[in-house]
Write a protein that binds this ligand. Structure first.
Ligand SMILES: Nc1ncnc2c1ncn2[C@@H]1O[C@H](COP(=O)(O)OP(=O)(O)O)[C@@H](O)[C@H]1O
Ligand SMILES: [Mg+2]
Length: 271
């Protein structure tokens, strides 16, 4: 069976009709699909081409995490299928798109809404970090928005599990611009604090309505985000701290926001 036949066989086996592309990445695409018997039932299908063994490994790792993780702010996988050449992953369809899409709208996104989305992701990160899992690709494009305008963390393609909460990594694979400054030092780094830096960059991008991170932006980080109002400025500065040991963890961020009545205690998980 060639790749196209396999593609059709997959959609047929799940009684789905293939719809338009929702997004594409380096090794595949995500398409909308609807049920044959009821076109109003929609799902998203991530299709990954196994160009290398690494792509296959990333796909297997992603379905493994999404099968096991249970958190309201993490994407739910419905099913998956694969052969030697490609993998298919079905998940809930988010018609409101991602945080990247809201930056493109004509209306500026207000800080309280930005903070709510950032705290939703922090809650997902607190949960996975408690299981010693790091995401490694936190960015607006990987954060979906549900019908209640709540953020949901997706794309676990390069997430990995460490041995314990103090584990260090020597390599960091995130999208350029989202890496903490410690990645330039060739020393062991906390993957959990690197996720928090990426969350800080994501918040910074939403506040400044930037779609990509350039050199000027990096200067603005070091300028301590002077023109951002409190408490958003304090939060940004704590997430973008150069020293990872002083940078806030997900639990620190959620605790600060609960104490300052910026979010509900229910966002704190027991991990
Ligand atoms: N469940 C979904 N509902 C709606 N759009 C989605 C969904 N999953 C992914 N997308 C869209 O597809 C894009 C790529 O998906 P992602 O899982 O991040 O794949 P990649 O590994 O290629 O980056 C996302 O940025 C988003 O625009
Ligand atoms: Mg992605």
């Amino acid at each position: 069976m060639d790749a196209v036949e396999q593609y059709d066989a997959f959609f047929n086996s799940f009684n789905l009709v293939r719809g338009p592309c929702l997004g594409s990445g380096a090794v595949g695409e995500v398409v909308l699909a609807s049920a044959k018997h009821n076109s109003s039932l929609k799902v998203a299908v991530k299709i990954v081409t196994f160009e290398t063994e690494g792509c296959k490994g990333d796909f297997l790792s992603e379905v493994g995490f999404l099968r096991d993780l249970r958190h309201p702010r993490i994407l739910k996988m419905i099913a998956f299928a694969m052969d030697d050449h490609q993998g298919f992953m079905l998940s809930t369809y988010f018609k409101n798109g991602t945080l990247r899409d809201i930056m493109s709208s004509d209306h500026p996104v207000e800080e309280p809404r930005i903070l709510r989305h950032i705290l939703d992701v922090a809650s997902a990160l607190q949960y996975i970090h408690g299981l010693h899992i790091f995401h490694q690709d936190v960015k607006p494009r990987n954060i979906l928005l549900d019908d209640q305008d709540r953020a949901v963390l997706a794309d676990f393609g390069i997430a990995r599990q460490a041995s314990d909460s103090s584990a260090m990594v020597m390599k960091w694979r995130t999208t350029p611009g989202y890496s903490g400054p410690e990645t330039r030092k060739r020393r062991p780094m906390s993957p959990f604090k690197l996720d928090m830096y990426s969350l800080g960059v994501s918040m910074w991008m939403l506040i400044y309505r930037q779609r990509s991170v350039g050199i000027k932006d990096l200067l603005a980080f070091s300028d301590q985000c002077k023109d951002v109002k409190e408490p958003y400025r304090r939060i940004l500065r704590q997430l973008l701290r150069k020293n990872p040991t002083k940078r806030w963890s997900a639990a620190d961020l959620l605790r600060f926001c609960v104490w300052n009545s910026l979010c509900a205690p229910s966002l704190m998980s027991s991990h």
